[in-house]
Design a protein. Structure first.
Lengths: 220, 220
């Protein structure tokens, strides 16, 4: 299957890379060690998305809720996010990190990238990365910035992230877990039972095949 | 299967009763005629939810987006909603209708019930009904009412509707279509391929069985 086999390709894909800890347990590792094995799949997917002409992708890094997990897990997923960004900086993407960087759990290494889009290399795809993201923080941000002519949507913290066409979630859970509630209102949601560290290209292809069969009504 | 067979029962269930028009076409009817056949399933489900001790249920009636459909469809789904409410008024539920009742497409017959909970009979279950609902209107409402101490969540139009544990969608689409984005952030989503007018008790039971297998982390 290549790009020309698809009559309709989503413009913006949301990625929920779940199941790292369950994968680690299945492989007789500590839960925390799963996150490291979630980095490489992200770059495999990045290459495939370039090949298929995807314009924008949003990856769920970690949420503020996640930071209440045990300290060694928190350290492990934070490190994985920092490594991922440092690796992406050597590639061709426009990176936008969205998350609450006024909080002490926001990684200091990523402060320079927070809440502003930055071009790496040829900037072939917009990559949004949710780091210490909190859906309440996101929407509430609109209130503080608002002027009377705007609606909240113009002012949410993630207002530079566009509507999401297709969300792919690994790890079998059928829910959004606070993933960009505004951009997800009309998204088609495809769930893959395999854990994220077991990512393979076929997952992406099967999601695209399914996406072709959906209609797009945007609530109409 | 009865209630005692389940170790965990959702407190609040969201119902997306989709597929009325596709059902009508499959039965050689006009699309608009499907909505009428969607009324009775709602009351079958209401009885089953009482039997299983469900405390709260939210039904997707129609959205503001839906009112852009052809006038005969708009009339048909509006009538179906009015009939459903008139029928519920003879039963035992606490009804809360949430929707923009300042708009001309809000049914005048339901104006007396808009945006205030009303007890019918013994009030055995909280039933929320989204009528001319619009997710942007819902969230934006928080802005206009806000005082500095509140977050937006205290002030959204649907603030009297609690967090949803389980969303069941009929008609095969795997998406939320603007259904209460704030209350749905952590909801588990179960999709039934059958169209809503073909509702049967087994659909509900299979959704409850699946719900038992999920974990509830609320993002943690």
């Amino acid at each position: 299957m290549n790009r020309d086999n698809f009559k309709r390709i989503p413009k913006h894909i949301g990625i929920i890379p779940d199941g790292n800890r369950r994968w680690a347990v299945d492989h007789n590792m500590d839960k925390k060690d799963g996150y490291f094995y979630g980095i490489n799949p992200g770059f495999q997917l990045y290459e495939i998305m370039l090949e298929y002409g995807i314009k924008e992708a949003t990856f769920y890094g970690f949420t503020h809720d996640n930071t209440k997990r045990p300290p060694n897990q928190k350290k492990a997923f934070t490190n994985a996010c920092v490594r991922a960004v440092n690796n992406l900086a050597n590639r061709d993407a426009n990176l936008l990190i969205i998350g609450n960087n006024k909080s002490s759990v926001f990684p200091s290494e990523l402060m320079k990238y927070a809440n502003n889009r930055i071009k790496f290399g040829k900037g072939l795809i917009n990559i949004n990365f949710l780091v210490n993201y909190d859906w309440k923080w996101d929407i509430n941000n609109g209130y503080t910035k608002q002027n009377s002519k705007d609606t909240f949507i113009d002012n949410i913290a993630s207002s530079d992230i566009s509507r999401i066409d297709l969300i792919i979630r690994w790890g079998g859970r059928r829910r959004l877990s606070g993933f960009l509630p505004v951009q997800s209102v009309y998204s088609d949601i495809y769930v893959i039972d395999d854990y994220w560290p077991d990512f393979k290209k076929d997952h992406f292809i099967e999601a695209l095949k399914w996406y072709q069969t959906t209609d797009v009504t945007l609530g109409g």
